[in-house]
Design a binder for this molecule. Structure first.
Ligand code: BGC
Length: 519
């Protein structure tokens, strides 16, 4: 039922998209490069936040050990349950606060400034932690990193979704996730290498985060603003010129008008507006999708892989093999998402992956329940099943967890919503990093069945509640909710007219008739 209705919506949006002309220009390519830098830094962070790196820090600064130990206790359950630790919590708490702050900066001063802040703060974080003389410097570095990631993850997906032509918005936005997966792979390899340098290897791991941070900072300096942000801030002439350049054509009227119309609904307080009834469907998605992303169990499952490699007799090299195998699967499968997201749509990827993730999680749980202790051959089978599971995450919840929230909101609330999305994502990534190792110790195979149950729940949620957004112009997205079988009751039939006194000072010189801005 839901599927049939939403297909119609996608077609309607697709018809509007037909009026949008343009090609893939160098600006759009540059946008991808910035995305790549933002994603690389975040992936790098996920990849290096491991036991090995942190334990060498404790060796160097032993007085801090009692405050920081028990990070990533691995499969060794003798350490007991994990406790929130200064190094992880400083990063995530700073990230949560920064993503909410970034939503203001992005809206009021533009997307570029947030990207610039993200790059600069990450750079300072890399320098501080790489050159740290004491634990306080490392923690300050982690806080700066957290702020950088909060800004970067808030602004970059949004920047991409606004820059991209509607027809390839999915593919371009997923460059961010592709970069995350490459960052994870790269960090794991660096981590492995830096472990061979016991005394200062951790400095290398921390310091190298500075490379993508420099690139992102340069992106913040040199990239153009998005046309949507310029129009939102009343810079009409500049926006039209930019749109012409970005799309590589003079025929930008339809798109320009749509952005303009969307900007007329701008409100004084977007934080308040986002809780209004008419924004309920999007708000539900911006909180549920990042929550679900973490409850797919991706980080817990990847965390379990070294255990299998040790079982297979790879000893201390287990982490390297984990990195190469799951990392490569993750990168390759993200390319599948890039190829098909604008052809098959978001729902198809979510739903197919839902089945694949459910079956593989149940299979892992059952194998671990039946064969105890694991034999070598059963460990190989579990490893193959995990790779099948990782691939389905990589073409669904991984990339779509960043894409959907950045494309479903109206211009008035988009920036705040993306801030909420990042904050929820960071919160549950943090919770999972703390809870999953202990859960694995206590629930053993049951943890995979636990995640299978969540995957089932989220697939039902997607099937019934997520409309298709493929090819729908970003500023025409309200139409998908208006036609949805459930969400339509939340959306007023017509968007309210612009407030009478709204921005009378902002006459659009690119239109011959400014009457619609007057009382
Ligand atoms: C998620 C991370 C996850 C990564 C794996 C990201 O989108 O936010 O939690 O580790 O994908 O590729």
């Amino acid at each position: 039922m839901a599927g049939r209705r939403t297909r119609g919506v996608a077609n309607g949006g697709g018809l509007r998209a037909e009026l949008y002309k343009g090609r893939t220009t160098s600006y759009v390519i540059l946008a991808c490069i910035v995305a790549a830098c933002g994603g690389l830094i975040y992936g790098y962070e996920i990849g290096i936040s491991g036991k090995a790196r942190f334990s060498s820090i404790y060796r160097e600064f032993p007085s801090s050990y009692h405050r920081c130990y028990a990070i990533h206790a691995g499969h060794d359950c003798s350490n007991g349950a994990q406790r929130p630790t200064t190094l992880t919590s400083s990063f995530y708490l700073a990230g949560i606060a920064a993503s909410l702050l970034a939503s203001h900066v992005t809206k009021i001063y533009g997307r570029r400034l947030s990207i610039l802040c993200g790059g600069l703060c990450s750079l300072v974080g890399a320098v501080l932690s790489g050159a740290a003389q004491n634990l306080a410097m490392i923690i300050l570095g982690r806080i700066m990193h957290g702020i950088g990631h909060g800004f970067g993850n808030q602004a970059v997906p949004l920047y991409l979704s606004e820059m991209a032509p509607a027809k390839i918005r999915g593919a371009l936005n997923i460059m961010f996730q592709l970069a995350i997966t490459i960052g994870i792979l790269w960090a794991n390899l660096i981590n492995y290498g830096s472990l061979q340098i016991p005394d200062w290897g951790w400095r290398l791991s921390f310091g190298l985060a500075g490379v993508p941070a420099i690139l992102m900072t340069m992106g913040g300096f040199f990239l153009p603003e998005t046309p949507n942000s310029l129009i939102e801030r009343g810079r009409y002439e500049e926006a039209r010129r930019l749109l012409t350049k970005v799309r590589g054509t003079e025929e930008v009227d339809a798109e320009y008008e749509d952005i303009k119309e969307a900007s007329e609904l701008a409100v004084a307080n977007p934080f308040k507006a986002i809780f209004q009834r008419k924004n309920r469907p999007q708000l539900v998605m911006a909180t549920m999708i990042p929550f679900f992303q973490q409850f797919t169990g991706i980080n817990a499952t990847i965390f379990y892989v070294p255990v299998l490699f040790q079982k297979l007799g790879f000893g201390t090299d287990a982490s390297l093999y984990t990195a190469v195998i799951t990392g490569a699967v993750n990168v390759m499968a993200t390319l599948v998402a890039i190829t098909f997201v604008d052809k098959w749509g978001r729902r198809a990827l979510f739903l197919e992956a839902g089945v694949q993730m459910f079956v593989t999680q149940v299979a892992i749980g059952l194998i671990l329940a039946i064969i105890t202790p694991l034999t070598k051959s059963s460990a190989v089978i579990v490893l193959i099943v995990i790779c099948i599971y990782v691939s389905s995450f990589a073409w669904s919840y991984g990339p779509l967890g960043w894409l959907i929230p950045s494309e479903i909101f109206t211009l008035e609330t988009r920036s705040v919503a993306q801030g909420i999305n990042v904050a929820v994502n960071f919160l549950f990534t943090f919770v999972s990093a703390q809870a999953f190792p202990a859960m694995l110790c206590h629930m053993t195979y049951g943890i995979f069945l636990f995640f299978a149950a969540w995957v089932l729940a989220m697939s039902l949620f997607i099937y019934f509640f997520l409309p298709e957004t493929k090819s729908v112009p970003i500023e025409k997205m309200t139409s998908v909710w208006r036609r949805h079988w459930y969400w339509k009751r939340f959306i007023p039939d017509e968007d309210p007219p612009a407030l009478p006194s709204y921005r009378q000072d902002r006459k659009d010189p690119t239109l011959s008739n400014n009457l619609k801005f007057q009382e």
